[in-house]
Design a protein. Sequence first.
Length: 295
Amino acid sequence: MNAETFEVQSKNLGAVQVLHRDCPLCGRNNDDQPENEYSFDVWTIRECAGCGFVYIDKGPDYAKLFKELSWETTTKIEEQRRAELRPVTYKASKLTRMRMRLLPRKQMPLLVEIWAQPGNVVDLGCGDGAQMDKMSPAFTPFGIEISTELAKAADMRFSVSNGACVNAPTLDGLKSFADGFFSAATLRSYLEHEMHPLAVLKETHRVLAPGGVAIVKVPNYGSWNRMVMGAKWCGFRYPDHLNYFTPKTLRRMGEKAGFTAHYGLTYTLPTSDNMYVVFKKDGGRASRYSSCRGG
């Protein structure tokens, strides 16, 4: 990867300092490959000719993510893009949140209780920490968050339970923890945003104790809905979603980081826009999930 930044002119974001990206899974430079049909603005999507991984071939400089390209800023821009792309269906989607009650999402605190042994748990890209509110007292919450304001809120929330939040890019934040410090890590709607997903998974493997688990949720690029909706698919978000995983490439990346992959019966359904996987660090005691792989 070329470590030097260069500037691009985005229609929505203006001048942005970015870094070139080779394939995050196998490291191949795919500049010789045609851009994917879902490329948008200055954000070119490539499909790796070596391993088939789909990704945006440039990403914003981390230093800019603290303020200029914070989650709060890009969320507003992305909502406008989606509203312009599909004005009728996007508004309908906003008005039909009740469907979440009929098809409830999997809750990370419950998945942690099912899969992990009691101990410290770190949430990567934790936001304000709210998703850890329902965590069992058997787990001490920690987080890493690049947004300064959100990290402050999460740190206050976690400190009540003797936990803490680190305000840093995830890779740097993970390096501040000792080997085997955590029994679990949660990566909910995070890994698709990460400039260096394989490096983060390798560092997550290091900070997990033997038998520890990393519970991952990402958009499912292999979903039937993406194939039907095309460029209007809800999983596209520019430039926040840098990586587009299928069940196969997600498993391969986890295995390359040293994990073994485990799935529940409904974790990778092609009918869902999202998928889950539990990456386990070998060794240690078995989880309470035992032989039952439901959910």
